[in-house]
Ligand binder design. Sequence first.
Ligand code: ATP
Ligand code: MG
Length: 333
Amino acid sequence: MYLKFYGLETNPFSIAPDPRFFYGSEAHREGLAHLQYGMSQQKGFVLITGEVGTGKTTLLNLLLSELPTDTRIAMIANPKLSTNEFFHLTARAFGLGEIRDKADFLVRMGQFLETAKKNRQDVVLVVDEAHTLSSELLEEIRLLSNLETPQGKLMNIILVGQPEIKETLAKPDMRALNQRITLRYKLRPLTRQETREYILVRLGRAGAKDAEIFSMPAIDRIFDYTGGIPRMINILADKAMLTGFVKDIRTIDEKTIDECAQEMEMKPPAEEDHHLQSRIAIGTRRSRGSGKPLGFRLALMLCIILIILAAMAAYWGREVINPILSILSERFF
Ligand SMILES: Nc1ncnc2c1ncn2[C@@H]1O[C@H](COP(=O)(O)OP(=O)(O)OP(=O)(O)O)[C@@H](O)[C@H]1O
Ligand SMILES: [Mg+2]
């Protein structure tokens, strides 16, 4: 809707995990390197985790798009399956045809892997949303990885999911699988600087010319609200551009971002940070003096000293106390 208004050819902030819009943040590059290394070294299991919307599927799609065209790939994107459904789906994805049962599946998989090995083809089983896998299915996948030759693994298995998968893998009955995961990487959100680059890269790929569509403070506000989570950035930036178009705003400012974020009931994590900052500041002030004004603290100290001196006078007599009192009165009064 707003494309023409902002001089764009395509939607810059679609939420599809489209590798053409890939921005290589440090974390995304590292994540990709782990996947590529796992594939090239026949590492067996690779695990990529990351919070919701951080770009796991985008990373996978990029990896898959760059693999040699003869690579045999099975991508299971929704693994909430029974074991039987999983066998059928995997068999279909590898082109094994209809299978009768688990035994039939294993026999055909064995033959398939041998043929791929002879043809020097890589085989990869990718499970996205792997945190939703049942323990039973995880165990079946582990057993699949037993189909190996003395020269090394025949199949790469990539598990991608939200961080809670680590809790499942930490369970005692998952020890065998956990040990086989030779490479793991946790994707983190973008930093403030990366968020700036991310937005500009996506706008550029969508055909934006030099015109400033978002002001720099607006981009920083987007980071404040989204914490650098790419999907959240896309949703907020898309909404801001629609609002900008409706209100005829050529360069979107931070006020527009605030309005859109409020409409979308987004709370800035930065606000929590600000609270934290002020808590830290209060803490620092307190540690210096309980948050009370300086005059009050001095008066309190003097009172305490006078009480101590009065007690000492009562005990030792005036000869000891008078010189101390005169020193104090010279200093403070
Ligand atoms: N490095 C990146 N470069 C460009 N776009 C990205 C990048 N990372 C994420 N995105 C964008 O963010 C959105 C969410 O990404 P994606 O679907 O890959 O996240 P996810 O981690 O798989 O989320 P979920 O946990 O919900 O499965 C997509 O629109 C995607 O294009
Ligand atoms: Mg995903």
